[in-house]
Design a protein around this ligand. Structure first.
Ligand code: NAD
Length: 438
């Protein structure tokens, strides 16, 4: 089939690559010419492991890129909407990109004779596909959904850092369709993907995505709350997580206590679901608590540093890891940003290291932070190191290099990158959220 993928962010470009690998002809569309130029040059506009290799192989053969949405849609059988759905200042979903992309697709469909199917992949609040996107498409195209064009909702579950593997081998595929013709198109599109497939209506598909992210975020806030309680009881949360993770009803995943969750999805999706539920007159007590616990976790690291250093003013603090998790350059809602802001406000000198996300963080803090090329350079002469992202380059640091390089070997670890007993043996003052002083 011929596909147009609208929006070439993390979801769009990976979706495009995944379908192109299965033999479909895919055209990536974006409003930012620099992203399109980069794809045309077979270079990914963002960092995701293995993506450049796929682009090298498929661009010009199965994968194309353009800023001309109308041409791409006219040439395609199916359009995927993969634009961003950020948070509005009050936490509710901001649909401006969804609305403008839908209007542009609708306009392109107005002069198209062949049946076309539009699939929403962006994460949108229940009801958005049918009550917002559908009327925009109908108005702009002058056509009728279900009769003249198809409309479906197919949420994406990829994880940045392992995104290519996730789209190649998904846990499940949710096929949200309001009509049989659209469902047939979705089934054909995914026929070569081996995964459990669940056919539902669009509203259910939209809600599955939010329930999924809300559950995982809840699991993280739960273990963080337990970590905060464990500190009071002088018990190690990592041993607790190991113990409860062996219960197969719980599973060991998403039980890493520390600086909290960030990224482009969990914070904004939980906030959007909470806001939508509030607007529908249900106060989401649990979701509110999930967000509240998460908001305080990064600051707990700063507090721990302050309690060990006495005072942060004038101290040099090494921040190891900036991306919201390893193997991505994404810093959206990253705990590192909250931590750095708080350190700067306390008049500390901040040095930072990240193998991929430094350029993105520079756009936020500019030269208020000293950026280092190697983790060791960050440590030289510093008074305290905060481990915020567990990159392999950080975990590979030798424990004695902290002792050798730092002015005082105080480490606050938000990700349990090292064994606390070994750290103590190496002469480090090594603390983290939710564990006792071993
Ligand atoms: P992103 O912000 O990285 O990318 C969105 C892209 O869309 C940008 O390149 C932007 O320029 C482009 N765009 C905006 N309006 C456009 C238009 N009218 N025409 C063409 N391009 C346009 O977003 P993302 O992280 O890829 O997320 C996209 C959606 O997928 C969101 O709803 C997100 O919640 C969801 N999602 C994200 C992830 C993830 O890990 N990033 C995972 C699952 C679902």
């Amino acid at each position: 089939m011929k596909l147009a993928v609208i929006g070439t962010g993390y979801v769009g470009i990976i979706t495009a690559a995944g379908f192109a690998e299965k033999g479909h002809k895919v055209t990536c569309v974006d409003i930012l010419p620099e992203k399109i130029e980069s794809i045309k040059k077979k270079k990914s506009p963002l960092y995701e492991a293995g993506l450049d290799k796929v682009l090298k192989k498929l661009v010009g053969k199965k994968l194309f890129a353009t800023t001309n949405l109308a041409e791409a849609v006219k040439d395609a059988d199916v359009s995927f909407i993969c634009v961003g759905t950020p948070s509005a200042p009050d936490g509710s979903i901001d649909l401006k990109y969804i609305k403008s992309a839908s209007a542009a697709i609708g306009q392109a469909l107005s002069s198209k004779k062949k049946f076309h199917t539009v699939i929403v992949k962006s994460t949108v609040i229940p009801g958005t596909t049918d009550s917002i996107i559908l009327p925009i498409l109908e108005k702009a195209s002058g056509k009728k959904a279900g009769r003249d064009f198809g409309l479906g909702m197919n949420p994406e579950f990829l994880k940045e850092g392992t995104a290519l593997a996730d789209v190649r081998k998904p846990d499940r595929i949710i096929l949200g369709a309001g009509d049989q013709k659209t469902l047939k198109v979705l089934k054909a599109l995914y026929s070569k993907f081996k995964a459990p497939k669940l056919a539902v209506d669009t509203r259910t598909a939209e809600t599955i995505k939010y329930a999924n992210n809300a559950f995982l975020a809840t699991k993280i806030s739960f273990i963080n709350e337990m970590a905060n309680i464990c500190e009071k009881f002088n018990v190690d949360i990592y041993e607790i997580a190991k113990g409860i993770g062996l219960d197969e009803r719980i599973s060991p995943r998403f039980l890493a206590a520390g600086a909290g969750f960030g990224g482009s999805c969990f914070p904004k999706d939980v906030k959007a679901l909470a806001a939508a539920s509030r607007a529908a007159s249900y106060e989401p007590t649990l979701l509110n608590a999930v967000l509240e616990v998460n908001a305080s976790q990064p600051l707990r690291m700063v507090e721990l540093a302050r309690s060990l250093l006495g005072e942060l003013r004038g101290k040099t603090i090494a921040v190891l890891g900036l991306a919201f998790k390893p193997e991505t350059d994404d810093i959206r809602e990253a705990p590192s940003l909250i931590i750095i802001e708080s350190l700067l406000r306390a008049s500390a000198n901040v040095r930072a290291y990240d193998p991929k996300a430094t350029a993105n963080v520079k756009t936020v803090f500019g030269n208020m932070v000293q950026y280092c090329k190697k983790p060791e350079d960050t440590l030289k002469g510093s008074d305290c190191a905060l481990i915020v992202t567990e990159w392999k380059q950080v975990k590979a640091l030798k424990l004695n290099s902290f002792k050798k390089l730092m002015a005082s070997p105080i480490i606050v670890d938000g990700r349990r990158a090292f064994d606390p007993i070994k750290a103590k043996k190496a002469g480090l003052i090594y603390r983290g959220i939710g564990w006792r002083n071993k």
